[in-house]
Design a protein around this ligand. Structure first.
Ligand code: FRU
Length: 530
């Protein structure tokens, strides 16, 4: 018996060993995304078919089509000589990749920029009554950079007479030469209706410069903003200035988005914003918003680590009235190392931005575009349930966590911590929650699967500090294979992050020491994109 026991123990030990090595093998097999190169391809977030992508560029809407261009290196899965890739969507969710729009030329690589529809043919590029679409972008001259010059970034333009499909570069590029500023890039242009001129916001190191033009070719410097405002722990990039109606009020304010890398609220790249007024020449910060900055340094569009360089679509139909935004869902801290190989990088879900007046100041809320709801194939709704029933609601194993959104309000919260945990049988867990004791909202991907490809990917949990205690919190969560986008209190606080689980996250639980809180207005929506 003793012998047997020992044998069994050994056998058991062997089994454990075998099982664990088996598990490692399975894990290795499942996670070998170098072999199964489509494994991490998102179900409904845009990725290029092949190779590298970063910032969204040149977004405009025309005749039923949402155009999305993007920083693209078509020859490798890491950053390289930049082109503009192109994709088109008719529903804001399914984007179809097109042929490359802009290639590097003698003046340099094609860095980030914007595109406008020039209805009045102010540029003169239009012929035979065709409306030109004009792209305004940065030339990055590699030779100049290598030589150690300071003026290697200039601005160029190109036009399209077939609604953005093919482009001709302007023969007299660059249209803005470099005034001696090393980081001088990412022009975002809009038509200023009131002053009948084009306005460009341009990132220039630690500030934004505004230019104006009557024809998109000759540009005049107007003013600059930001040297002593907001976060300055990195380089300012990818600005976007646009007017917004204040929700529910007969008031308009101007929003200026400014991306910065590094020094985001949870490390690396992130996007801050400013609210004020623009008179056609100068951007003036709103007084109360300025007070907010004095308290917090910066106000962030997204507190997660993976929403960068986002800007808004131009030329949306007047009767739409929305400000639609998309961001690059990655971070320069580790973008080149994420475990996808065939392609690298994803865009966020397109979002609607809403301007809200609150406590005498203003804030920008984000929401997933309502078009996402057009793809709901299954929905479960409950008015009030307990956290345990919430879990049961999900335990129907036909629910696909890789194309899902859910929303809920946690109510009757106390001075406790609350965590929603998404996990799988491997033990990969992604946690999202509220810590009322230590006063922060959090997203924790530290054990969410593959994290070791970069020591900057998950060195700590991402936090948003809150003032006081939340006795209720409203959440909307958008899930795809490798991304979570969390919109808190109707998008007042947003957290967007990537994760790379060893096998799909397929279970959910809610944990807390508090056993009396409730969930209200629970809704689970599964999508179908076929
Ligand atoms: C932002 C950015 C831009 C630049 C582009 C280059 O991510 O650094 O400032 O134009 O990427 O790819």
């Amino acid at each position: 018996m003793k012998v047997k026991y020992t044998r069994y123990t050994i056998l058991f030990g062997l089994f454990v060993l075998l099982f664990s090595s088996c598990k490692t093998e399975t894990e290795a097999k499942v996670v070998s995304t170098e072999i199964d190169q489509e494994y991490y391809r998102p179900n409904y977030h845009f990725t290029p078919e092949n190779n590298w992508m970063n910032d969204p560029n040149g977004m405009f809407y025309l005749n039923g089509k949402y155009h999305l261009y993007f920083q693209h290196y078509p020859d490798d899965n890491v950053w390289g000589p930049m082109h503009w890739g192109h994709a088109i969507s008719e529903d804001l969710i399914n984007f179809e990749e097109q042929q490359i729009a802009l290639y590097p030329d003698d003046l340099g690589l094609i860095f980030s920029g914007s595109a406008v529809v020039d209805y009045d043919n102010t540029s003169g590029f239009g012929v035979d009554g065709k409306v030109p679409v004009v792209a305004i972008y940065t030339y990055h001259n590699m030779d100049g950079e290598k030589r150690g010059d300071i003026d290697f970034q200039t601005q160029g333009i190109a036009y399209s007479l077939d609604e953005g499909m093919t482009w001709t570069k302007y023969a007299e590029n660059p249209v803005i030469s470099n005034p001696g500023i090393k980081d001088f890039r990412d022009p975002k242009v809009f038509w200023d209706q009131r002053n009948s001129k084009w306005i460009m916001s341009l990132a220039a190191g630690n500030k934004i410069m505004f230019y104006s033009s009557e024809n998109l070719k000759a540009w005049k410097f107007e003013s600059d903003f930001g040297e002593l405002k907001g976060e300055h722990g990195g380089v300012w990039e990818c600005p976007d200035l646009f007017p917004m109606k204040v929700e529910g009020l007969d008031e308009e304010k101007w929003v200026l988005l400014v991306s910065i890398n590094p020094s985001g609220p949870n490390g690396g790249s992130a996007t801050q914003y400013f609210i004020g007024d623009f008179d056609g020449s100068t951007f003036t910060l709103d007084k109360n918003f300025n007070k907010q900055l004095e308290k917090n340094t910066a106000v962030w569009l997204d507190y997660g680590r993976d929403n960068y360089a986002g800007v808004t679509w131009s030329n949306l139909p007047q009767d739409d009235g929305r400000n639609l935004f998309i961001g690059w869902m990655s971070n320069w801290d580790y973008a080149r190392d994420t475990p996808t190989y065939k392609w690298r990088s994803t865009m966020t879900i397109p979002r609607e931005l809403i301007l809200l007046k609150k406590d005498e100041s203003y804030l920008v809320r984000s929401r997933p575009v309502r078009e996402l709801k057009n793809f709901v194939s299954k929905e479960k709704n409950k008015d009030v349930i307990t956290p345990r029933d919430f879990q049961t609601l999900f335990s129907d194993n036909t629910i696909d966590f890789e194309k899902l959104s859910f929303s809920l309000t946690m109510t009757e919260l106390k001075n406790e911590a609350y965590s929603i945990n998404l996990y799988n049988a491997y033990g990969d867990t992604l946690k999202l929650g509220l810590n009322n004791k230590e006063k922060f909202i959090f997203l924790d991907r530290t054990k969410s699967g593959k994290v070791n490809f970069s020591d900057k990917f998950a060195p700590s949990i991402s936090k948003v500090h809150i003032e006081g205690e939340f006795n209720l919190i409203e959440l909307e969560v958008v899930l795809d294979k490798t991304s979570i986008e969390v919109f808190i209190n109707d998008g007042e606080i947003v957290l967007t992050e990537l994760f790379f689980p060893n096998s799909p996250l397929d279970s959910i639980s809610i944990s807390s020491n508090d056993d009396t809180f409730q969930l209200r207005d629970v809704s689970i929506r599964e999508f179908n994109f076929n």
